[in-house]
Design a protein around this ligand. Structure first.
Ligand code: PAF
Length: 286
């Protein structure tokens, strides 16, 4: 069935009230649209954990930096609505910019997520996570979900949103959902649409490289020398034509650098192929 489309806050609030009065648990899946199988997997994940699933489609201007792809970010609403109908999503909030930012842009009141937001992607995309946290908090307040689902591909984003929910005592549960990949292992992303066919084939090297980093660490009898292991992997990607922003191993819990005692780790990479910036990660145990 087609999802009910909400464009303004009042209609959304009225629906939200009806669901609450019926005692139904609501899961939120925030997106920027251009939905692919990864997003549809998030909806399926949400459906297993809630009575109602509400998606949002909003290309958030405040999380794009100058010179990034805000203008060319693909906007495909008719296709997105058809895809949401196929997976039985109950509702979709498609706000105009002034429904999210009635105070204008840049937003007057913002969420500053702290040091975690200045590392990794945050170091290469200044202000990005402030924009993400600010819009996500506004979406939470407008939709009042019981739980919200985020893809683990954006691992740093997921941690920042979890941290925001804990620090601001938000009354909802944040869940991460596994990364969806194509047959070659490339993590699904709307930005994959920018890649040529040849680049798309090469892009699978991101995940393969992370797998090699993890295998090396797991089979080594010595504690891993992360800078050396990651440096080699970075060179391998550069040889394939990537411009690497970072390739690193961190602690899963807080993305700090691991000590010899840490076991739950994640290898993360961000790299450009042509003009397309891609990210990927791989969680593992030592
Ligand atoms: O991951 C995304 O698509 C976006 O960062 C999000 C969470 C929808 C906020 O705009």
């Amino acid at each position: 069935m087609s999802p009910t489309v909400f464009e303004d806050r009042d209609a959304l609030a009225a629906q939200r009230r009806r669901w609450r009065e019926a005692g139904e648990r609501v899961a939120l899946v925030p997106t920027m649209g251009n939905l692919h199988e990864g997003h549809l997997g998030l909806i399926a994940f949400a459906k297993q954990r809630a009575d109602r699933v509400l998606a949002t489609i909003f290309v958030n201007p405040s999380q794009f930096g100058a010179g990034e792809d805000f203008e060319r970010y693909p906007r495909t609403l008719p296709e997105d609505l058809a895809a949401l109908a196929r997976v039985d999503c109950d509702g979709v909030f498609v706000p105009a910019v002034n429904a999210i930012y009635p105070d204008g842009l840049p937003p007057r009141t913002r969420v500053t997520p702290g040091p975690l937001a200045d590392d990794l992607c945050g170091a290469h995309r200044r202000g990005h996570f402030e924009g993400v946290a600010t819009v996500v908090l506004r979406l939470f307040n407008l939709t009042q979900p019981d739980l919200a689902i985020f893809g683990e591909k954006d691992f740093q984003q997921l941690l920042i949103i979890r941290q925001m929910a804990a620090d601001l005592a938000l009354p909802l549960e944040i869940l991460g959902a596994p990364i969806a990949r194509d047959a070659r292992g490339l993590a699904l992303s709307s930005r994959n649409g920018y890649l040529s066919e040849q680049e798309r084939m090469r892009a699978a090297a991101l995940q393969q490289t992370l797998q090699r980093v993890v295998a090396k660490a797991q089979t080594s009898t010595q504690p891993p020398d992360w800078p050396a292991v990651c440096g080699q992997a970075e060179h391998a990607l550069e040889a394939l034509g990537f411009v690497v922003d970072y390739l690193t191993v961190r602690r899963q819990a807080d993305l700090l650098r691991p000590s010899a005692e840490d076991r739950a780790l994640v290898a993360l990479v961000a790299a450009k192929l042509g003009t397309t910036r891609l990210i990927d990660n791989l969680c593992f145990q030592l």
